[in-house]
Ligand binder design. Structure first.
Ligand SMILES: NC(=O)c1ccc[n+]([C@@H]2O[C@H](COP(=O)([O-])OP(=O)(O)OC[C@H]3O[C@@H](n4cnc5c(N)ncnc54)[C@H](OP(=O)(O)O)[C@@H]3O)[C@@H](O)[C@H]2O)c1
Length: 231
């Protein structure tokens, strides 16, 4: 019998998350998008129940914690799949210059919100006696110190470690880290637009574009979903 899954994509308003959600809608998987907003192209799909949208700002942790996910998710599934994709590359800047508040927000968005979400979904999965699987959209920057990107590198590394601890605590929870490579999304535009002083490795991001190394997020989304058996 075919598996019934509840698939949640965070940060589906643009970039990789948009494409992941779009492909899942096209595959009739009825995914849930969780984030600050939904792209207008997906509002029509939500109106026809081809997907659901739950509003959540990952930099507002107390309100994220209060969201009733159990009621928002279907009750008759075998598995919950969290695709933890939402992320921010800001603040960009060397440690002596980045804003402390922005640094805290980056950890909230990139590491703490995914952890809170995972444990909320674990509670739902345990209550229903079903499996939980987490696909953590990670990055090479989680393992590589890049000057000007301490906030991004460290918060993405923290997310990976939180999920690894989670997997070590709960052997029945499947955690997969996925490095999507460099993508042609807003995140790369933000990196290319940074000041050289703030981002000493800006030339690297300029070269990704100049050498046509940026991949289209739709191709990468398709590969991720196919490899995960979700398409
Ligand atoms: N682009 C790359 O080259 C690259 C490389 C390696 C890994 N990645 C990873 O791939 C993932 C997707 O990146 P992307 O390039 O698609 O990024 P993107 O185009 O900048 O999109 C980021 C997504 O995260 C959401 N988000 C940001 N702040 C949020 C908040 N406070 N609350 C809720 N959602 C929030 C955004 O929603 P809003 O529209 O509301 O801001 C948007 O949907 C990230 O985890 C990133 O670390 C990207």
């Amino acid at each position: 019998m075919e598996q019934q899954r509840a698939i949640i994509v965070t940060g589906a308003s643009r970039g990789l998350g948009f494409e992941l959600l779009d492909l899942l809608i096209a595959a009739d998987a009825r995914p849930m998008a969780l984030g600050r907003r939904l792209d207008p192209r997906h509002e029509a799909a939500a109106a026809k129940n081809a997907c659901t949208f739950v509003a959540a700002d990952f930099s507002e942790l107390p309100s994220l914690d209060k969201i009733d996910l159990a009621s928002a998710l279907p009750q008759t599934v075998d598995e919950i799949v969290l695709i933890s994709n939402a992320g921010t590359v800001e603040p960009i800047g060397t440690l002596g210059f980045i804003d402390s508040g922005a640094l805290v927000k980056a950890f909230e968005v990139n590491a703490l919100a995914p952890a809170i979400l995972a444990r909320k979904l674990l509670a739902v999965a345990d209550a229903q006696g079903i499996r939980l699987r987490v696909l953590n959209i990670s990055t090479g920057a989680a393992h590589r110190a890049l000057p000007g990107l301490a906030s991004y590198c460290a918060s993405k590394a923290a997310a990976a470690m939180i999920f690894d601890c989670f997997a070590a605590e709960r052997l029945d929870v499947v955690v997969e880290h996925i490095d999507p490579g460099v993508l042609n999304t807003d995140m790369q535009i933000v990196l290319r637009s940074a000041a050289d002083q703030a981002l000493p490795v800006r030339h690297m991001f300029l070269s990704f574009e100049a050498e046509a190394k940026l991949r289209h997020p739709r191709d990468v989304a398709r590969e991720i979903l196919a490899r995960a058996g979700l398409l």
